[in-house]
Design a protein around this ligand. Structure first.
Ligand code: F6P
Length: 490
């Protein structure tokens, strides 16, 4: 049943509570969170915290940080925080040792052990591509150290683009795959080797490094032991950019930059682990998420980065949130009540204002919106660029909330549309690390609310099986699929 305050508009909530901005804003590690333009109230926050306690948040969070088998369906731990130094002591030690191995190989590459390397061709997909891609696009634009391409799609057009840009004699091929069995990645790796061989590279295998939790498979595939950078099986694919999967970022930003990324994430880990729930940003954000998804039936959440360097954040978050929490069954086997994770989508501001914001302001779907922006610009052009960018970002949040009455209904805005804002002091490895870790922990808290395991992804398997069956030709398909296969000559 809805309590009274659930009916109140954002404007009413602001009018009643002068301290609203204070208690619904706060800073951690160079990030400023403002959730005051959401419908969170003190009552709703208290209820959310009580539900989380009843759902054993404290125990589940402790389990996450102490290496318990929190990934229950697969019977293993989820130790991405150990990669940044926050976790069970032995796992932290192991992660450090593997990071040192990566650092050593990077230094050797820089010293010329693989010949002259100017280009890094990283092949991987899903969690083995989205994180590195985000990091390179956000932080590596001016690094100039290496030209890096992250190729994920099995569509040859993706590889072809990288081949056109790169000199095969100066290219390092990084094969990123936790399992080292993902068909798209393995085919892309084979094609990249063939491209090198055709160009006369004498030992293409000598230009390969492997980033994987399955070193034996990489070795069997032909990667020399000294160029395999393993990471732990307990690090999930979509949580793996902190491990050797982050190799392209480590080589592009330099080791100090990679360590800052880890340290920023570790600061957020400590915030999540140690801060009281009513001042804990992953928890507060998840309480708002659940309010919109469950109480108000919002089926999507939109994220708009008012910063060109963060344009890949929405795609990164799509995997993190939808692959983690897009589940219909709880850990106890019962059905999830209400909606699972909302559909995460978004774009970059101000571009999106001229494309999809019409629906946000006047459409019949109401959804929570998230704005991100950086106080410091990422360029030296005229200040007007950045002040317009930030002004637009803040104007959108204000307009969505305030709305505007007009005698012509087509020109009126209903308002009361919620948004949250994350303002970064500046975009650097530390703040980006903290930001990504914030989203990881918020996803975890949402999973606790839903009673699900965020660390498996069985939902992706059936499609893979069917794709294999199409290749082997040993499955009887439905009439529509058969007709499509025949038409395409498969
Ligand atoms: O198909 C989904 C998935 O298993 C993701 O969870 C993972 O990030 C991606 O495929 C790639 O897997 P791998 O790193 O093993 O190649």
């Amino acid at each position: 049943m809805r309590s009274m305050d659930q009916q109140q508009t954002l404007i009413e909530l602001f009018a009643q509570d002068e301290g609203r901005v204070d208690w619904l804003s706060g800073g951690v590690s160079g990030l400023w969170f403002d959730w005051s333009k959401t419908h969170l109230t003190k009552e709703r926050v208290e209820q959310g915290i009580a539900r989380l306690h009843a759902s054993s948040l404290t125990e589940r969070r402790n389990g996450l940080f102490t290496g318990e088998a929190v990934n229950l369906t697969e019977g293993r731990a989820a130790e991405h925080t150990a990669e940044r130094g926050e976790g069970e002591a032995e796992s932290v030690q192991r992660a450090k040792a593997l990071h040192n191995r990566m650092r050593g190989l990077i230094e050797a590459i820089e010293a010329g052990i693989m010949g002259e390397i100017r280009h890094v061709l990283h092949v991987g997909i899903g969690g083995s591509a989205l994180g590195p891609d985000l990091l390179i696009d956000a932080l590596g634009r001016d690094s100039g150290r290496y030209d890096i391409a992250i190729v994920s799609n099995v569509d040859g057009a993706a590889l072809k683009e990288a081949f056109a840009r790169f000199d095969p004699n100066k290219t390092l091929l990084a094969i990123a795959s936790k399992t080292f069995t993902t068909t798209e990645t393995m085919l892309n790796a084979e094609s990249a080797l063939a491209w090198m061989a055709e160009a006369g590279v004498s030992d293409p295998h000598g230009r390969v490094i492997a980033l994987t939790a399955n070193p034996q498979k990489a070795f069997d595939w032909g990667v020399d032991d000294t160029r395999i950078l393993p990471f732990s099986e307990t690090v999930g694919g979509r949580y793996s950019l902190w491990s050797s999967i982050g190799f392209p970022a480590a080589i592009a930003l330099g080791w100090a930059g990679f360590e800052e990324l880890l340290e920023g994430a570790a600061e957020m880990d400590r915030h999540f682990r140690l801060t009281d729930a009513d001042k804990n940003w992953p928890i507060l954000a998840a309480i708002a998420d659940q309010h919109y998804a469950q109480d108000r039936g919002c089926q999507t959440r939109a994220v708009f980065a008012y910063d060109e360097r963060l344009r890949l954040l929405p795609s990164y978050l799509q995997q993190l949130e939808m692959e983690s929490n897009g589940k219909g069954v709880k850990v106890d086997g019962s059905r999830v009540d209400g909606h699972s994770a909302p559909i995460t989508w978004g774009g970059v501001g101000t571009d999106a204002q001229h494309a999809v914001f019409q629906l946000l302001h006047q459409g019949t779907h109401v959804m929570p919106i998230e704005f991100l922006a950086c106080i410091e610009p990422g360029h030296e052009l005229d200040d007007a660029h950045h002040s317009q960018l930030l002004g637009n970002c803040f104007a959108q949040g204000a307009a969505l909330m305030a709305g505007k009455a007009h005698q012509d209904p087509a020109r009126s805005y209903p308002g009361d549309r919620p948004s949250a804002t994350i303002l970064l002091d500046r975009l650097d490895p530390r703040t980006l690390g903290a930001l990504i870790a914030f989203y990881e922990h918020r996803t975890f808290v949402n999973a606790v609310f839903l009673g699900i395991n965020p660390f498996d992804q069985f939902g992706v398997e059936l499609g893979k099986e069917m794709a294999k069956a199409i290749e082997s030709g040993d499955m009887e398909f439905d009439a529509s699929t058969k007709a499509l296969l025949a038409r395409a000559g498969l």
